[in-house]
Design a protein around this ligand. Structure first.
Ligand code: F6R
Length: 241
């Protein structure tokens, strides 16, 4: 595990964007595993800025996102497809057909999950998986559980997670009850993982995830076992380590 210490959120975003940029430069047709959420927004902004300056070319890149809500079409403002399009894809030259998220509108969830894992495999696996860290140590929508869910699967969202995400919806009851997420095995098979964490409110959970026992009660703790994990975090998030 490599820990890159950043001073601030902006510094963390730049450092993580540098790692992603290097990946895209080194392998033009790389497969990027991408995440949504607040933490990674600054990274996408930085990458867009460098793209606009002519420093990065995403024309060969492919992407697979970690997760998507069940029941939200890509046109829905709170869908992760919409988040990715508006916060990243529309501002760079990645080909839309090379960007992938689970289809939240599928009529056959099980088949969609199987196809998503098959898609990742057909792309040759993920070269770099970007991750944020959830408030309970979750990665993707892999929430605390009794066992590590391996492959892409459907999860019933815990009330605490729905509450945490309610800020993005008009009313709490509009927050979807289910999501499709890449599983722990799908994530752990990535050749490189970049975990980004910012802020004092994540310090305790980051400390547990990186130094505590590896347990499905804290899904992110499995990352300790990854042979190529880079943690990019700011001083506030790292102050207990
Ligand atoms: C997002 C995702 C989540 C977030 C995590 C952190 O695709 O899968 O695991 O990375 O909830 O979210 P923020 O960055 O908003 O604190």
């Amino acid at each position: 595990m490599r820990i890159i210490k950043a001073k601030t959120y902006g510094d963390m975003s730049r450092k993580a964007a540098n790692v992603i940029s290097a990946q895209v430069i080194l392998k033009n047709n790389c497969v990027l595993g991408l995440a949504t959420g607040a933490t990674v927004l600054g990274i996408y902004q930085q990458l867009i800025e460098w793209y606009q300056k002519g420093d990065i070319d995403f024309s060969g890149a492919r992407s697979v996102n970690l997760d998507e809500y069940v029941g939200l079409a890509g046109s829905h403002e709170q869908s992760y497809r919409h988040y990715m399009d508006t916060n990243f894809f529309q501002h760079i030259n990645i080909k839309q057909e090379n960007t992938h998220l689970p289809n939240g509108m599928t009529e056959n969830i099980e088949e969609e999950c199987d196809q998503y894992d098959a898609l990742i495999e057909s792309l040759g696996g993920i070269d770099l998986q970007l991750l944020g860290l959830g408030h309970k140590g979750h990665i993707g929508f892999n929430e605390p559980d009794e066992a590590f869910e391996k492959l892409t699967h459907c999860v019933r969202l815990k009330e605490t997670t729905r509450k945490a995400n309610a800020r993005f919806f008009e009313k709490e009851d509009q927050v979807p009850k289910k999501a499709i997420t890449m599983g722990i095995k799908s994530i752990m098979q990535a050749k490189r993982i970049v975990l980004c964490v910012s802020g004092a409110h994540k310090a305790e959970i980051l400390n547990q995830v990186l130094t505590g026992p590896v347990t499905p009660a804290l899904p992110g703790s499995i990352l300790q076992m990854h042979p190529n994990l880079t943690v990019v975090a700011d001083e506030e998030a790292l102050h207990l380590l």
